[in-house]
Design a protein. Structure first.
Length: 551
């Protein structure tokens, strides 16, 4: 009996030991979160009293040796203790004028992480309650990276440096990205998924591609990820381009604009040309492949962003399948290595001069919001003030003309947007701001119909300006889903790559969201392959029909 009891004790002890074992991913994820939390919350760390990046590099070897949660927690506890005592200032009062937006805020991991001892959780909670109080102003030069710029000197062949770079980026998004709460998957999960790939990256190029993959998890069309690094040395950045651009419709790529007349003519490429395959891969297959390389708020924005990647090749020899009159034809094409500056020259030569505004038939005005500048507005008003309707084409990026135009359209001042800003004294929380008004008291305001044309090219300022024009009261939105990306873009640069994210949240005054949703059209219209081939602007045609018949 004693032998059986002893055997059971040994078995249960071994099982308990096995259960307390922790994985490298668990350790690194927890370390990343603690490091970021201390960076923004610990009074001395947030004040810049330590080289916090070096502290992470110094502690990683100790973390790697930890085999149980008890060992891991002890390392964390000692790390916090070595930072020195924290003055107790709790409870920290919240200014009466601050109204919180809390959908991004979640520090429950402090007490819920299975790697943490109760003592460690208690220390972290004490730091939260007696956190750093910032004198910085988010709107004027706030730097989420804490003015640390040694990221340009890191050797990404070193695993510790890769973990550091990941931790810096992940925590910026964790605490200061306003739309974290509407990502497709939790940001914590993205960290857990990406860590093994970061740890296993064989070289800098591998590391950049993994970081780019992580950036797509933001589901934010403002996000771009430009890789410099060793790609430039190896020639991977040497691109060859198709001589036109287009739009993806029904899993086909339709040419909508010629960028190089002579190059396109050589292969009989015209507006309306239909592409079905590139190098034996269907457009649908390529779109699936690109998911880890393109960040977009919604499917419409993703398809728009994907076009340039589909029509760019690392080889000048490209096999392209076309569909014409029901028949498929494959051509072996030569694409050309001309840089963006040259492509723009081709584009300028191929484009007709775009009018800023004009008078259409039946006394309807038309304004191209992508070309008109503030200095042109008085002339535009004089020319179009007596029209029965004005079409504001915003399938482009406007030039900050919202105020002058809304003063003309609105009878009175109206609020059209409110915002969420990071609350720097409680990182992860956001606060509501008063927002922006448009229009002015104007008895002589425009009385005709107002039509705004939008599509997937309408992003950020386009969407924000559309919100402004909606306050006129007689505005109709016609087109299709916009990019769903509203707010300022925050640029961050590191060694080898540049990226960005949206820094403030934008909402309608009643709290309705715009991110990922975009500006919802009153009348949905999308271009068709047939319409493009016939040279029609089906969205504008639908707007003119609405003006004439009222529906």
């Amino acid at each position: 009996m004693k032998k059986i009891t002893l055997l059971l004790i040994i078995v249960f002890s071994q099982l308990s030991l096995a259960n307390s074992k922790i994985t490298e991913t668990e350790k690194l994820a927890a370390t990343c979160k603690v490091w970021g939390f201390l960076k923004y919350y610990h009074p001395k760390v947030a004040n810049g009293d330590f080289n916090w990046d070096q502290q992470l590099l110094d502690i990683l070897p100790k973390i790697e040796k930890a085999e149980t949660k008890e060992e891991f927690s002890l390392i964390m506890e000692n790390w916090i203790d070595n930072l020195g005592p924290i003055k107790q200032i709790a409870p920290i009062p919240v200014p009466k004028d601050v109204r919180f937006f809390d959908k991004n805020f979640n520090l429950s991991w402090i007490s819920a992480n299975k790697l943490f001892s109760k003592k460690l959780s208690k220390k972290l909670k004490f730091i939260e309650e007696n956190r750093f109080q910032s004198n910085e102003d988010f709107e004027h030069g706030f730097d989420a990276l804490k003015k640390t710029r040694n990221y340009f000197d890191l050797d990404y062949t070193n695993k510790g440096n890769r973990i550091l770079m990941l931790s810096a980026y992940w925590n910026v998004i964790e605490y200061f990205f306003p739309y974290k709460y509407i990502m497709d998957q939790p940001w914590d999960l993205s960290l857990q998924q990406i860590l093994p790939e970061i740890a296993d990256a064989k070289n800098e190029d591998d590391f950049y591609l993994v970081m780019r993959k992580l950036s797509t998890k933001l589901n934010d069309s403002h996000v771009e990820f430009k890789i410099y690094g060793s790609f430039a040395k190896t020639g991977i950045n040497k691109n060859y381009y198709f001589p036109a651009t287009g739009k993806i419709i029904d899993e086909k790529l339709i040419v909508t604009e010629i960028l190089g007349d002579s190059l396109a003519e050589a292969d009989n490429i015209k507006i309306g040309t239909v592409i079905t395959k590139i190098n034996d891969k269907t457009i649908k297959e390529i779109l699936t492949e690109k998911k880890d390389a393109i960040c977009a708020s919604n499917e419409a924005a993703y398809l728009d962003k994907a076009v340039i990647r589909i029509l760019t090749s690392e080889s000048e020899n490209v096999k392209v399948e076309f569909l014409k009159d029901g028949n498929y034809e494959t051509k072996s094409m030569i694409w050309f290595n001309y840089h963006d500056s040259h492509r723009n020259e081709f584009k300028k030569g191929a484009q007709k001069k775009q009018e800023k505004f004009k008078l259409l038939e039946n006394n309807v005005g038309y304004v191209n919001m992508g070309t008109i500048q503030s200095r042109h507005i008085p002339e535009m008003i004089e020319a179009l003030k007596s029209t029965r309707a004005i079409v504001f084409d915003m399938r482009n990026y406007p030039n900050g003309t919202y105020a002058e135009i809304s003063n003309f359209l609105n009878a009175k001042e109206e609020k059209f947007a409110i915002y969420t800003y990071p609350y720097l004294n409680y990182p992860g929380k956001f606060k509501w701001t008063d927002g922006t008004n448009s229009g002015t008291e104007n008895k002589d305001n425009y009385k005709g119909k107002i039509i705004v044309l939008l599509n997937e090219n309408s992003i950020s300022q386009s969407e924000w300006t559309a919100m402004c024009l909606q306050t006129a009261g007689n505005t109709t939105i016609i087109g299709s889903q916009t990019a769903g990306t509203d707010g300022n873009a925050v640029d961050i640069d590191f060694k080898g790559f540049h990226t960005r994210y949206t820094g403030i949240g934008v909402f309608y005054p009643d709290g309705r969201e715009t991110q990922r949703i975009g500006i919802v059209p009153d009348i949905e219209v999308k271009p068709t392959i047939k319409g493009i081939q016939e040279g029609k602007d089906e969205v504008l045609d639908r707007a003119l029909s609405f003006i004439n018949i009222g529906k």
